[in-house]
Each structure stands twice: as C-alpha cells, then as structure tokens.
Design a protein around this ligand. Structure first.
Ligand code: FES
Length: 477
C-alpha cells in the first residue's frame, strides 16, 4: 500500500549501474540518511556514488510520518538515570541540532517541502512520569513543559510539550537533493569485500563505503544481527479528522502517533516486533480506533513501516567494525529515523573529513554498555527460538485448515512448507526458512507477507524479497 508521500511526490527515475566504476565514497542506500550523507560529502569535493537496490526513498523514508524532534517518547528521565546527565545532554543536543540543520538546509537550498515548525507532545495516563520527563528535559536545555491535554481526542493525564520542533514532506526534501547526486537505482549490492562492492549490475571500487541501508546485510564482522531487531507499525491517512495542533505520540502500551499534513491526519500505531503478528487485524484495530476518535473521518491511504531497535535505544553511527576501518554505518534509528538521518549525515561526514564531532562517541557502534545486556540477551534468545521452531516444532496447521486469505507453515511432502491460500482458494507455496540466518518465517496477514521474527526480513506471497537484512527471496516450494 502506497504512502501519501509517494502519491504526492513522484521522484525521477535513475538508471542502474551499467559498468565497473571507481569512486572516493560509495553509499549503499538512497534513503534520507544515504542522500543527506552523500550530499554533504559531495559538497566537500569528494566523489560520491549512491547505490540503491530499488528506488530512491523506497525504504522507510517513503513510509515515515516525517517528524523532526528531539522528543523520543519518555526518554530523558530514564537516560539520565542510565547514562548520566552529560550523555543525556549530548543526545538531546544532537537531536535539537539535527532539527536546526534541516531548517538551514531547507533555507539554503530553497526546498519547498511543507516544512513546518511545530511543537511535539508525548501523552500518557501517568502524570507523574510526564512531570519527571519534563523536568529531565528542562535540565538538559530543552524547552519542555508538562501541559494538560484539553483539546486532545485521546484520554490522557497530560503531555510533555517540546517547543520548536518540526514536520515536513520527506520526498519533497529528498527529490531536489537527489538530483545533484550520482545515484544508481535498481542496483542491488551482492557482496562487499574490503574496497570492492559487487552488485547485480557491475563492480564499484571505493576508498570508503557507507552502509546506509536500514539494516546491514553483512553478518560478519559487526554482528549487528545480535544487536538489533525490527518493529513494524501501521499508519492511516484520514481526511476530515480535525487533527490536533502539533505532533503527538503516546508513551503507554496501545498508544498512537498523530500529526497533520495539509488537511489530513496521519494516525499511526499497532506496533509489534516484525514476524510476531500471527493474528493480524492491525489495520482493522487502527481503523476501529480512528472511527471511535474521529467519527466523520475518511481514510485516504494506509501503509506500514519498519524500524530498527537497538538494545540500549541509542542508534549505531560511525565505524562499522574494527577490522573494517574504511566501512561506516548508520542504523538502529528507533522510531526517529528522519531526525537521526541528519545526525548520522553530520557524524559520518565529519569522520570522513577528519573533523571532530561532539556526538560521535555517544553513537559509536562499537560501544559496550551495561544498558544493552538484557536487550542483547533477548535478541540471542529470539534467534534461538526462531531456529528452534524451524527444527523442532511440528506444524499444527494443514493446508486444508488454513482459511482463505491466510497463510501458515504446514508439513507437506516430507518437509515444512509455507502455504498461502488466497480468497479464491488457490494456494501459493514457499520455503518458510529465512535466507538470512535460517529462522522460520511467520505469515503476516495484515501485509500478506512472510516475515522473519529474528531480524525482520520480509517476503511477498511469491517469496520475493521485500525488506532485508536477507539479500535474496525465498524459493518456491
Ligand atoms: Fe535474520 Fe531472518 S532476518 S534469520
């Protein structure tokens, strides 16, 4: 399903790579991070090429709700406790600076991208938590306050307001920047070895390589698979919904995200770990809530997006791994991809220009933090469960018991098979094993896709790859 961003801003097509080339810097991924980083590096005089497996912004950039904010849920009170005030202040400043950098970029390049300065709110039923968060944010220099929510449609004890944040149209911003860059679309990276990038269209030799492809597909070194998982969430665009002023997000379980774009409300929620949506009905639940809160609204679009979550809730930006000094990475942006894309572009650009960056150490991918231990242990346990299910769990369903419009893993001709039965009763069979590291896939009825619970790869009903870290589709069974 297409987001309102794609529907309202077509982006000019670019040719695939058609020969072997050399460059100073190769950026893998033409989303917001890749484009901003390439744009900044090109301005320093370096030769940069961007390699994109699909289309520009076809990943999460085209599916975001496009909020620019340093307000990342109820984050700062906990961060001060876990990391100390100095690190929490750096995190806040990095994000506030990113908003300013977008503001400067829009002015400098005269980009008409519906950029709008507005306030951000996080709401909750827990007024105590909100007050603590407001105090923590104030201590770090953020213009924050606890406010009541009289005109907000969802029941809440109040909200924390951050002033002077922003929202925009991500594709309208990326399109003019992309025009200035050398970008090869439909150029899938197959492997990276030292300075050599092999694609399905030719080879690129680069002095430095930046992985800006959402979730890194290389297993060793780096082992990002052991340090991140992916979460999926769903969005409706609603007309005639009378959106509240500002951008909103809930801090409690089963809460929602709201912002307006033109006369529409973008209403999001129903988040879950990718590969853990056996029952489905996420869109259904979101629509039901939309009808309850905005009874006169009319849906104009619906789509979903995927976010990478790190165990300590800080993104990974910087050197890929000690054994690959010429590789850099930006990933694990949590639910704040657009703001963090700018932070990443600045850190990576400074690193490649041998400039100090005050935030580089905070986001360093090789950090070890005590805060990450429980999350990393859970990632390992989840991978074991995913593999265990593949090898030891006997399927309970059969092709006959799967209802029309649903899929499931069944035992067929002596092996496990993923079977989808469409509305006419016709079946499609695929191998239910993820090509990334072998976990058993789960059917996602909302997206009609096969999703991996281990690291979030996704495949369509025919087995074609939708999202990585896997690099290939799954075979027909
Ligand atoms: Fe890693 Fe599926 S995404 S095993």
């Amino acid at each position: 399903m297409e987001s309102i961003w794609f529907a309202s801003c077509p982006i000019e097509r670019r040719n695939p790579l058609d020969r072997d080339i050399k460059t100073d810097i190769a950026v893998i991924g033409a989303g917001m991070t890749g484009i901003l980083t390439a744009y900044k590096l090109q301005k320093t005089g370096k030769s940069v090429v961007v390699l994109e497996a699909n289309r520009i912004a076809s990943g999460q950039t085209g599916k975001t709700t496009a909020k620019l904010t340093s307000q990342h849920g109820l984050f700062y009170h906990r961060m001060i406790q876990d990391w100390g005030e100095e690190k929490a202040r750096l995190y806040a400043q990095a994000n506030e600076n990113a908003i300013e950098a977008y503001r400067g970029l829009v002015q400098e390049e005269q980009i008409d991208c519906d950029f709008e300065t507005t306030d951000a709110y996080v709401y909750s039923q827990n007024a105590e938590m909100l007050k603590k968060e407001a105090l923590a944010a104030q201590k770090l220099g953020i213009c924050a306050s606890f406010v009541p929510t009289p005109h907000f449609p969802i029941d809440a004890a109040g909200a924390v307001k951050f002033q002077n944040q922003a929202q925009f149209h991500p594709l309208k911003l990326i399109a003019p920047l992309a025009q200035k860059l050398t970008i090869y679309e439909n150029t899938l990276v197959l492997s990276v070895d030292a300075h050599q990038i092999k694609t399905n269209r030719g080879t690129v030799w680069a002095s430095k390589i930046i992985f800006a492809c959402h979730y890194p597909f290389i297993i060793f070194p780096g082992m990002y698979f052991a340090r991140m998982h992916q979460e999926r969430s769903y969005v409706l665009a609603l007309e005639n919904a009378d959106p509240p002023e500002g951008m909103w997000i809930g801090a409690d379980e089963h809460s929602y995200s709201l912002r307006h774009w033109r006369n529409m409300l973008l209403f999001g929620g129903e988040s879950h770990r990718t590969g853990k949506n056996r029952q489905g009905r996420r869109y259904q639940a979101l629509r039901q809530k939309a009808r309850e809160l905005f009874p006169n609204s009319r849906e104009t679009a619906a789509w979903s997006a995927q976010d990478c979550i790190t165990p300590d809730h800080i993104p990974y930006i910087g050197s890929y791994a000690p054994s690959r000094p010429d590789w850099l990475i930006a990933t694990g942006f949590q639910k704040w991809g657009m703001t963090t894309a700018m932070t990443a572009a600045e850190i990576l650009c400074d690193q490649l220009c041998s400039k100090e960056n005050p935030y580089a150490d905070l986001f360093r991918p090789g950090r070890f933090s005590a805060q990450s231990i429980p999350g990393a242990a859970e990632e390992g346990a989840q991978a074991m469960r995913g593999l265990g299910k593949r090898f030891f769990q006997v399927p309970r369903e059969t092709a006959e018991t799967i209802p029309q419009g649903h899929g499931g893993v069944v035992w067929e001709t002596g092996k496990k098979t993923g079977v989808l039965k469409d509305q006419s009763g016709k079946t499609f069979s695929v191998s239910p094993h993820c090509p990334h590291m072998g976990c058993q896939l789960e059917w996602n009825p909302d997206e009609q896709s096969w999703d991996c619970p281990c690291h979030g790869s996704r495949f369509d009903r025919q087995g074609n790859l939708l999202e990585g870290p896997a690099q290939t589709g799954i075979s027909h069974s």
